[in-house]
Design a binder for this molecule. Sequence first.
Ligand SMILES: *Cc1c(COP(=O)(O)O)cnc(C)c1O
Length: 371
Amino acid sequence: MDPRVVEAMQPYFTDFYGNASSLNSFGFKAKEALEKSRETIAEFMNAEASELIFTGSATEANNLVLKGHAFKEGKSKCHIAVSSVDHDCVLLSAKWLKRQGFKITILPVDKYGFLDLDALEKTLEENVTLVSVVHGNNEIGTIQPIEEITRVCHEHGALFHTDAVQSFGKLAIDVRKIKIDFMTINGHKLYGPKGVGALFKRKGRELDTLIHGGGHEFGLRSGTENIPAIVGFAKAVELREGEMEAEARHLTNMRNKLIKATLEIEETYLNGHRTKRLTNNTNFRFSYIEGEAVVLSLGSEGIAASSGSACSSKSAEPSHVLLAIGLKPEEARGSLRISIGKYNTEEDIDYIIQVLPKIVKRLRAMSPLKD
Ligand SMILES: *Cc1c(COP(=O)(O)O)cnc(C)c1O
C-alpha cells in the first residue's frame, strides 16, 4: 500500500469509528466519508456517485454482475457470454450459472489473448443479454479493445461488463465515453487496501442482489460498510490522478527492458502481446522447465514472481488463460509471470536480468525433457 493510503485510513479505525447507517454524530462522520469516497472514485471514471456500489472484493463485484443479471433476467431470457481468458471469479460464476440452467457461452481468443470479434458477433446473434470481458488480463497483460467490444455488443442489444481490475488506475477509462454498462474495480491492485472492491452500474441498468439484509449500497449489497477500506480505496484512486502518466512511462521502460533481455535466453517466448499489454506485466515461457521451479529459484534470490495467477497457484492445473491462447499443458506449466510496480527500480530489473538466465540454465541442465 502507498503510505499515504495507510495514513488516510488510520483515523477511521480510531477517531471516526461510527457506523455509516447510525443517526448519531459518529455515524454522520462515517456516512460523510463513505459518500465522499464514492464521489472520488466515480469522478475518476467519469461516473455519477449513485452508479458506484462498494463490495468486499472484485470477486464479489464480478459475482454480483453475472449472477445479479441472471437472476434479474430469469432463465428464459438470460444469455451471458464471457471470454475464455477472464478471471476465475467470472468464469466459474458463469459455469455455475450454466449448471443452474442458464444459457452461457464462452468466447474464444487468439494467440495473444485478444477476443475473437467474429465469434463475438456470431454469438451475439443468439439474443445475448450480457457480455463480460476482462479489460487488462491479469496473467498475460493483454489489453482488450473494450470500446469496440462495447459498440458491437450494443449494436446487438447486449449489455457489456468489463473486469477492469488490472487496468483501472493504469489506463484512463471514461465510462461515459465508452458507454460501458458495468465495470469491476478493486483497491489492492492500485496500492490501496485488500478486501474492498466496487461495481460501476450505469444508471437504469438493473441487477438482483446476492446479499440480502439492511439494504446498504442501494439495496444491492447489504452489510455495514468497511469505511477504513473504502476511504483507503478512494485515497489510492485519488493519488492515481497525478501519478498515472509518469508511472506508465517508468513501468513501460522497465517492462520492455526485462522482456528484451529475457527473450535473449534461448528457447524463451513471451506470452501475450509485445506492446498491447499492461505496463506492469511480463509473462514468459521457457522450454523444458517448469515455471514453478523458476519461481522457487527466483524466490531464494529474493525475487517474488508467480507462475499462473496468484489465486490459482495452489492447484496443479495449468493456467486456463495460457491454455486458451493455445499453449499445450506442458508449455503452460513452463510459464513465469513477473509483475512490476511503482516501487520497483531500474536496479531491480538489472538484478533479475542477471539472475534469471543462470536459473534457467541450471534447471535445464537437470531437466529430463532436454537431452
Ligand atoms: C485480482 C483480480 C480479481 C480479484 O480481485 P479480488 O479483489 O482479489 O477479489 C479479479 N479480476 C482480475 C482481473 C484481477 O486481477
